[in-house]
Design a protein around this ligand. Structure first.
Ligand code: RAM
Length: 490
């Protein structure tokens, strides 16, 4: 499907590939004031989070080096990573993501230019071996930092100091994820994911306003759609653009609101027109998941069939229905369709009838009738919860200790947005200050992929050593603080 369009879509995407801005940065602290002996370590602190390539200028002191220098170099996005180790790693994603190198240098002086791009604030250098006849001098350390973002495009935020600090960290997060495309995290996975793109594009529209980059990403996804026209959850761009063989019910559908939001923010109606058939096609593909009798979505056992949040215990059935409605509403804004409007109404009604517990004011999910925060949030955002039920279900979740909690900034974004929807703007601001503000209090320069204040070791991957600490989907405080959504009269 859409095969005849693919070459042109790729051409457009590649024509929008950004020129990266480059800046040379040096450590603000940690450069050693003496020549290093075997087994010594140094920690260079670059003073902020950067994405780039590191060069170390090395020389020697003492006799002519009679053995190679053997170094280990470790890159850490924040200070807590400095104490983490790969020993006994039992996570289920590749430990190859941990940002470390080893190098042997035979001849000094030398410039050791590490070839990989890293995301870091701290660089730890361990001198694993020298000979006793010489010491190692670290003459200089610098990195060429890269981003597609133009800092000068962003206006200054005024007002509450804590909000300004939260906004600064949010901007840094988004900026450092803005590379050849909107990456989900410059440490990991360094890929374009649709769920992340949606929130990046939203925040970009009130900050860097780099609409070409959003447009490029929309076209990359369009090109990466498979033979059935299904948009993958994420894609690779190297060695050539290729969709990942991972599909998520919600992520494919989020192409629709992402396209709508882009068209509204950039006023580029032409792209919306060009990609509309592909966007609407995602709704058609989702039809298979519905029971035509009940108008309810069928649940699915496959882990990750629908993402919603990284809470492994979360049942996604209700959220999937709600997200379909949310995306179908976006489709209506792109193109009026009375038949679709009718289907949305039926599915809202079916969801209410089947999953609402009016006594407890809660929306349930799955055969086990699970209570989760996510279901209440999506009930609000989709309009399944209406009138006073909307605020009531959010309140009821707070009173339900067994409700499956939210664990990612991605889910917390949707919670804060749901609070705004029901007019609880002050509460939304409090949630943002408590949640993202707590990361700032813990010294974050950029926001993390995952933050559970109740469990600092939480990781969806079985080990926090592979967690990412500059993660796209957590950049939205800048959107909340700048878009006007928190203002009382909006
Ligand atoms: C992880 C990444 C990414 C996210 C997916 C669903 O692999 O954190 O950002 O979108 O999960």
């Amino acid at each position: 499907m859409f095969e005849e369009k693919k070459a042109e879509w790729l051409r457009i995407a590649e024509s929008l590939k950004p020129q990266l801005r480059r800046e040379t940065v040096r450590p603000m602290a940690g450069m050693p004031d003496h020549a290093l002996a075997e087994n010594e370590s140094v920690i260079l602190d670059f003073g902020n989070h950067f994405v780039g390539r590191l060069t170390l200028k090395l020389s020697s002191q003492g006799s002519h080096p009679d053995a190679p220098v053997w170094l280990a170099v470790r890159f850490c996005e924040n200070a807590r990573e400095l104490n983490e180790t790969l020993d006994g790693y039992a996570g289920w994603i590749s430990k190859g993501w941990v940002q470390q190198e080893q190098a042997h240098i035979d001849v000094l002086p030398a410039a050791l230019a590490l070839p990989r791009r890293y995301a870091f604030r701290f660089v730890k250098i361990d001198v694993l071996a020298l000979s006793s006849k010489y010491r190692l001098v670290l003459e200089d350390a610098f990195a060429e930092a890269v981003t597609a973002a133009d800092d000068s495009a962003v206006s200054k935020l005024t007002g509450d100091e804590r909000d300004i600090a939260m906004d600064r960290v949010a901007l840094r997060t988004l900026r450092n994820c803005m590379q050849d495309f909107f990456e989900d995290g410059p440490k990991r996975d360094r890929r374009l994911w649709l769920g992340d793109l949606r929130l990046q594009a939203l925040t970009n529209s009130v900050t860097y306003r780099n609409f070409d980059l959003v447009r490029r990403c929309l076209y990359l996804f369009a090109y990466a759609a498979d033979g059935e026209g299904r948009i993958p959850a994420c894609l690779f761009t190297e060695p050539q653009v290729e969709g990942d063989d991972t599909y998520m019910f919600d992520y494919s559908l989020f192409f629709i609101p992402t396209l709508l939001q882009y068209a509204d923010a950039s006023a580029d109606r032409e792209t919306a027109r060009d990609l509309l058939p592909l966007a609407l096609h995602q709704l058609m593909l989702a039809e298979k998941q519905f029971d035509p009798e009940t108008q309810l979505i069928r649940d699915c056992e496959r882990l990750g069939w629908c993402f919603v949040d990284w809470a492994l215990a979360l049942n996604k059935q209700f959220c999937a229905q709600a997200i379909w409605i949310y995306c179908a509403e976006a489709a209506l804004q792109l193109k009026a369709d009375p038949a679709l409007e009718e289907r949305i109404a039926l599915r809202r009604e079916a969801a209410r009838k089947h999953w609402y517990d009016p006594e407890r004011h809660l929306f349930l999910s799955g055969a086990q009738r699970q209570v989760s925060w996510a279901s209440q949030v999506w009930a609000v955002l989709s309009g399944i919860a209406e009138g006073t039920d909307a605020a009531a279900c959010l309140d009821a979740a707070a009173l339900c200790p067994d409700a499956v909690p939210m664990v990612t900034p991605y889910m917390m974004h949707h919670y804060a947005e749901a609070l705004c929807r029901v007019g609880r703007k002050a509460q939304a601001l409090k949630v943002i200050r408590d949640y993202w503000g707590a990361m700032v209090d813990q010294g974050a320069d950029t926001y993390w992929e995952l933050f559970n204040p109740a469990d600092p070791d939480e990781s969806p991957y079985g080990s926090r050593v592979v967690n990412s600490y500059c993660h796209a989907w957590s950049c939205t405080p800048a959107w909340f603080l700048r878009s006007g959504i928190l203002e009382e009269n909006t």
